[in-house]
Design a binder for this molecule. Structure first.
Ligand SMILES: Cc1cc2nc3c(=O)[nH]c(=O)nc-3n(C[C@H](O)[C@H](O)[C@H](O)COP(=O)(O)OP(=O)(O)OC[C@H]3O[C@@H](n4cnc5c(N)ncnc54)[C@H](O)[C@@H]3O)c2cc1C
Length: 421
């Protein structure tokens, strides 16, 4: 077997991330050839959609900007309703936060109450969506665990559990470590304990977003990759066309689902929508025999056996670099909680940017100042995918949704927020 190319070996040896994780007691492969020959989960895939935009057809009833989970789930629900929709994605499907995340459909960590309810509504829609998509997205609903190491953490988490349980159907419990180890035998025995939420689930985010794109395309949606939106023309408060680097597309309806670039797209029509980029650094291991049955805090094991060790929350702008200190601290904690990982080999340390409104709640809105301009943005795009698709399709096709959206209006950020209804 050949090893790494000489220049790659040199980089490998001097990479501070590798050194940090090694300091945390971790081995890394001497050669990438030592990795088991399994399909990596988080590898960017080569899309098979056309980037020959436009101009097979030079208009669309609805243009969705952004080929992440929010844009594609919106396109899927719209295409199911028979709407003529085009998705414009400047890079490729899943190129943003969607392509590199933990994949929890997570209700247990979402508060306040209205947000718990909104997240639960979405989580409850997953089984049907999974079936519609024909399976194959690694959807499981085995619950999730949140581990606590100290008594102070136990008390804080117990308070959170009591608050979450005010929403019917969550049935969260605090469990001693022996009880937790009956659910997850790989947990260390000297931990304080933790909480269990039976209704949480998980998916493989890349398989999920690709399935949404494929089904939307089968329903007639056009998905244009490598197609960057540069401007939106508005006349007398009405959208007339979307201008891309590849050409123009006439439309009167736009959904802004551009992730961390939602503010730039909103500015093209004169609106102010505040969204920050929040960095999440993570580490991915080689494929291991299945030892986790469900997500445990920031750790998840995908169906191919790779474990994702997450994650940081950092406000560092549009910077996807990784740092020694952060990676090492997360890996050390993972080794404490799941000692089996000491036998593992890390194969990748990387980072992605969460689109995060200032109060950490999502924004869903049909804006007022510009007719038929919709915004969907925020964290937890995977958890909220089904409800996102339904809400946008309802609003666009009927002008109304029964799902309460008042807490997610942009006016809550006034004076920065734009006029909206
Ligand atoms: C480390 C990490 C872990 C996470 N874990 C979870 C989790 O477990 N559960 C969960 O629910 N959420 C999780 N999230 C959050 C989740 O990944 C995001 O909320 C979600 O992916 C956002 O999807 P999106 O479609 O809004 O944005 P993105 O996926 O970022 O997509 C936006 C797209 O718009 C495109 N775009 C931007 N500008 C233009 C333009 N001018 N023209 C055309 N296209 C453009 C971009 O290329 C991009 O593909 C995590 C995030 C991170 C970083």
């Amino acid at each position: 077997m050949g090893g790494l190319a000489p220049e790659a070996k040199a980089h490998h040896a001097s990479d501070p991330t590798f050194c940090a994780a090694q300091a945390a007691g971790w081995k890394f492969p001497r050669s990438l050839d030592e990795r088991p020959g399994r399909e990596p989960v988080q590898t960017r895939f080569t899309p098979d959609w056309s980037n020959e935009l436009m101009m097979q057809k030079e208009s669309a009833d609805v243009v969705v900007i952004g080929g992440g989970v929010r844009g594609l789930v919106t396109a899927y629900y719209l295409s199911k309703a028979g709407v003529d929709v085009a998705v414009l994605e400047k890079r490729f499907v899943g190129a943003g936060a969607t392509g590199l995340n933990t994949g929890y459909a997570n209700v247990s960590e979402k508060g306040p109450r209205h947000y718990t309810e909104f997240s639960k509504m979405s989580a409850d829609m997953y089984p049907a969506l999974n079936e519609e998509l024909g399976g194959g997205i690694e959807y499981e609903r085995n619950g999730s665990l949140r581990i606590v190491e100290t008594q102070a953490e136990w008390e804080a988490q117990a308070a959170t559990v009591a608050e979450r349980n005010q929403v019917p159907g969550l049935s969260m419990q605090m469990l001693e470590i022996d009880e937790l180890r009956r659910l997850e035998p790989a947990l260390a025995s000297d931990l304080r304990g933790g909480s269990f939420c039976p209704i949480d689930g998980s998916v493989n985010p890349l398989k999920f977003v690709r399935a949404l794109a494929q089904r939307a395309a089968q329903n007639g949606a056009r998905i244009h990759i490598g197609c960057e939106v540069a401007d939106i023309h508005v006349t007398a408060g009405r959208i007339e066309e979307v201008v891309t680097r590849q050409g123009r597309l006439a439309t009167h309806v736009v959904v802004n689902a551009a992730g961390i670039h939602v503010p730039r797209i909103a500015a093209m029509v004169g609106l102010d929508v505040p969204v920050n980029a929040e960095r999440g650094q993570l580490t991915i291991t080689e494929a291991l025999p299945r030892f986790m049955r469900r997500p445990i805090g920031p750790y998840t094991q995908f169906a191919n056996g790779q474990v994702l060790i997450g994650v940081t929350n950092e406000n560092v702008g549009e910077n996807t670099g990784v740092t020694t200190a952060m990676i090492a601290s997360r890996v050390r904690q993972a080794l404490r909680i799941l000692p089996v990982l000491k036998q593992a080999t890390g194969i990748r340390c990387t980072a992605a940017l969460r689109p995060m409104p200032p109060d950490r709640l999502p924004i869903y809105q049909k804006m007022d100042a510009v007719r038929d301009f919709y915004v969907t943005v925020g964290h937890s795009g995977i958890t909220l995918a089904p409800v996102t698709g339904k809400v946008l399709a309802d609003l666009i096709t009927t002008g109304h949704t029964d799902i309460p959206l008042d807490p997610y209006r942009v006016e809550r950020f006034k004076p920065q927020g734009a006029t909206a209804h």
